[in-house]
Design a protein around this ligand. Structure first.
Ligand code: PGA
Length: 255
């Protein structure tokens, strides 16, 4: 059995009760997407709405960030325990917007991933290089070091509990996308790094691509051997676009 494709919407700081509801309704009534896993990461004020609309359905939901702490005087933070209490199934950690705008280091990202694992939530661990890294041919080196920092925190025994997302920083929200070949090169490198530590985990590990995935480029990306789906920002806010991307994952599975 191959790895089941996974398409995750990252709504970022967008949405309203009304807009969210129409996305939830549209996703729940869509046909022909049962063969792929689908999730949406919603802003925290809408966790209750996501729980009401999606719990017990085929669509999962999750958070875009989590605290590495358990509880206490951390104003504005959200704990993994709260997420579990609400029924969240996944959580993004290490998104490049958090790394660059909120100063999150790879070590902190690893701690957050571990906290989610402790509470039975799958972390979607984002890694990605900047344009400078790519230009100076440091992409694979940077990927290895971001991945290692996370594995150092979660331990080899948890390699089977994470999803990875390769998100080149230069491709996020810019309309520039990694070519299918560029994505495959990095995904295969990441899988190889995991294979050196645990062959079985490397076979099962799902590695998503993120960065300007759109209806017209999704199928070519998802058709690459080591690309197991996508992390979708802008296009996940448009029902038709997001569903088209989910169907591209279905097509890439069957071809
Ligand atoms: P984008 O965002 O699809 O809008 O480029 C992807 C992401 O940041 O997860």
């Amino acid at each position: 059995m191959g790895r089941k494709k996974f398409v995750v919407g990252n709504w970022k700081m967008n949405g309203s009760i009304e807009e969210n509801q129409s996305l939830f309704d549209g996703l729940l009534s869509a046909k022909g997407i049962e063969s792929v896993d689908i999730a949406v990461c919603v802003p925290s004020p809408y966790f209750f709405q996501a729980r009401g609309a999606l719990s017990g359905t085929a669509i999962s939901w999750g958070a875009q960030n989590v605290s590495e702490q358990d509880s206490g005087a951390y104003t504005g933070e959200i704990s993994a325990k709260m997420l579990v209490d609400l029924g969240a199934e996944i959580g993004l950690v290490g998104h490049s917007e958090r790394r660059s705008m909120f100063g999150e280091s790879s070590g902190l990202v690893g701690k957050k991933a571990m906290k989610l694992i402790e509470f039975g939530i799958s972390p979607v661990v984002c890694v990605g290089e900047t344009l400078e890294h790519r230009k100076s041919k440091k992409t694979l080196e940077v990927m290895s070091s971001q991945l290692k920092a996370v594995i150092d925190q979660i331990g080899l025994e948890n390699l089977g509990n994470i999803v990875l997302a390769y998100e080149p920083v230069w491709a996020i929200g810019t309309g520039l996308t990694a070519s299918p070949e560029q994505a495959q090169e990095v995904h295969s490198h990441l899988r190889q790094q995991v294979r050196l530590l645990d062959v079985e985990a490397s076979r099962e590990l799902r590695i998503l691509y993120g960065g300007s995935v759109k209806p017209d480029n999704a199928e070519a990306l998802f058709g690459q051997e080591d690309v197991d789906g996508g992390l979708i920002g802008g296009a996940s806010l448009n029902l038709i676009d997001f569903l088209t991307i989910c169907r591209a994952a279905v097509n890439a599975t069957t071809h």
